[in-house]
Design a protein around this ligand. Structure first.
Ligand code: TYM
Length: 332
C-alpha cells in the first residue's frame, strides 16, 4: 500500500512557496494515494510563539489545506499534538539518532544562526520529531518542497538504523516526492533566498490570505533586472529574480518555464508582471475567500480535525504498541 504523510507548520501565514512547493501537489496526489495531512503544531513550538496565535494558526492551516483542495472526507487531516504517538516515537528515535547526524542539518544551522547556544533543544532535535511523524504511519511517500529533502533522508537513515539495531525490517523507508516546477520558490526581494515565513519583509512573499490589491502590489514591487525576458531556460537560470517570477507563472498555470518563455521571451517586466498579477489573483483569490469562509465556522474545523485525529490515532497506537514490544518496554 502506498501512503502519503506530509505537513506544514502553523507558524505565521502560509505563502505561495508552501502552496506551489507542497499543497498544490498534495491535491493532485490525493487521487492516487492514501493520504495523511498534518498541521504540525508541536514543531511550531520550536520557535517563539504566542499561545492564542498558535491555536488560531493551527485552525487556519487546516482551513488552507481544505481551501487548496484537500478533501477532509477522503484524507486524514489532523493536528499533530492531538496524537500522542508523535511525541512518544520522537523520544525513541532520539535514543537511536547519533548527534553527528543532527549536526549536519542545514535548517538548524540557518534557524539557530549565530545564537546557537541560545537555540532550544527542540529546534535541534526537530528532525527526529519529523522522522516520527512520517514513520509512525509507515508512510511510503512524502511530498515536500526541496528544503525538506535532507530531513526526509534523515528519516530514512533513522528507519534503517532502527531496523538494523533490532534485526527487524519494521519501519518503511519513505521516499521524498519533490516534483513540479516550483520545488523552491524564492523571495520576491532577493532571488537567491528562499521565500520564507520568517523573512521580516512581508514584500518578500505572497501570503495565501493576501487580497488582490496586496498581491498586485507585491508582484509590482518584486525585484527584477533591467533585461527583457530571455528565450531559453539556460539564459533564464543565470538571472535568479527573473527565473523565480517565470517559475511562479509556470507553476500557477501548470506549464514549464520553457512554455512560459515561448509566450513571453523579449517581454519587459512591466508587461510580464501584469500577466503574473492577473494569474496570481485569479488562482489565489478563491483560496483566500474559501479560507475566510471556513474560518468563520471554527467549530466545523475543530470537528474535522477531531475526526482526523481519531483516524490517525488508530494507526499510530498500533505502531507505538509494536515499537514498545520491539525495543523492550514492558506493556502490562
Ligand atoms: P514548512 O511548514 O516550512 O513548509 C511546508 C511545506 O512547504 C514547502 N515550502 C516550500 N516549497 C517551495 N518553495 C518554498 N519557498 C517553500 N517554503 C516551504 C516545504 O518544503 C514543505 O513541504 N519540517 C516541515 C514540516 C513537517 C513535515 C513533517 C513535512 C513536519 N513534519 C513530516 C513532511 C513530513 C516544515 O517545516 O515545513
Amino acid at each position: 500500500m502506498n501512503r502519503i504523510f506530509s505537513g506544514m507548520q502553523p507558524t505565521r501565514q502560509l505563502h505561495l512557496g508552501n502552496y506551489l512547493g507542497a499543497a498544490k501537489n498534495w491535491v493532485a496526489l490525493q487521487n492516487d494515494y492514501e493520504c495523511i495531512f498534518c498541521v504540525v503544531d508541536l514543531h511550531a513550538l520550536t520557535i517563539d510563539h504566542d499561545p492564542e496565535t498558535l491555536r488560531n494558526n493551527t485552525r487556519e492551516v487546516a482551513a488552507a489545506y481544505i481551501a487548496c483542495g484537500i478533501d477532509p472526507a477522503r484524507n486524514v487531516l489532523f493536528n499533530q499534538s492531538a496524537v500522542a504517538g508523535h511525541a512518544e516515537l520522537n523520544w525513541i528515535f532520539a535514543c537511536h539518532t547519533p548527534l553527528g547526524w543532527l549536526n549536519r542539518m542545514t535548517q538548524f544551522k540557518e534557524k539557530a544562526g549565530k545564537q546557537r547556544d541560545n537555540a532550544v533543544l527542540g529546534l535541534y532535535s526537530y528532525p527526529t520529531l519529523m522522522a516520527a511523524d512520517i514513520l509512525l504511519y509507515h508512510a511510503t511517500h512524502v511530498p515536500v518542497g526541496e528544503d525538506q529533502k535532507q530531513h526526509i533522508e534523515l528519516a530514512r537513515d533513522i528507519a534503517g538504523a532502527f531496523n538494523r539495531y533490532y534485526g527487524k525490517d519494521y519501519f518503511t523507508l519513505p521516499d521524498p516526492v519533490i516534483q513540479g516546477e516550483a520545488t523552491r520558490i524564492m523571495s520576491l526581494r532577493d532571488g537567491t533566498k528562499k521565500m520564507s515565513k520568517s523573512d521580516e519583509s512581508d514584500y518578500s512573499r505572497i501570503n495565501l490570505a493576501d487580497d488582490a490589491d496586496t498581491i498586485a502590489l507585491k508582484v509590482r514591487k518584486a525585484k527584477t533586472d533591467p533585461e527583457p525576458l530571455p528565450e531559453t531556460v539556460e539564459d533564464l537560470e543565470k538571472r535568479p529574480e527573473a527565473d523565480n517570477l517565470v517559475t511562479i507563472l509556470a507553476a500557477l498555470t501548470d506549464r514549464t518555464r520553457a512554455d512560459v518563455l515561448r509566450d513571453h521571451a523579449g517581454s519587459q517586466f512591466s508587461a510580464f508582471k501584469a500577466v503574473l498579477v492577473d494569474v496570481a489573483v485569479a488562482k489565489l483569490s478563491p483560496i483566500s475567500a474559501e479560507m475566510n469562509r471556513l474560518m468563520a465556522d471554527k467549530g466545523e474545523i475543530d470537528r474535522i480535525l477531531k475526526h482526523g485525529a481519531e483516524r490517525a490515532t488508530a494507526i499510530a497506537e498500533k505502531t507505538i504498541s509494536q515499537v514498545k514490544d520491539i525495543v523492550g518496554l514492558l506493556r502490562v
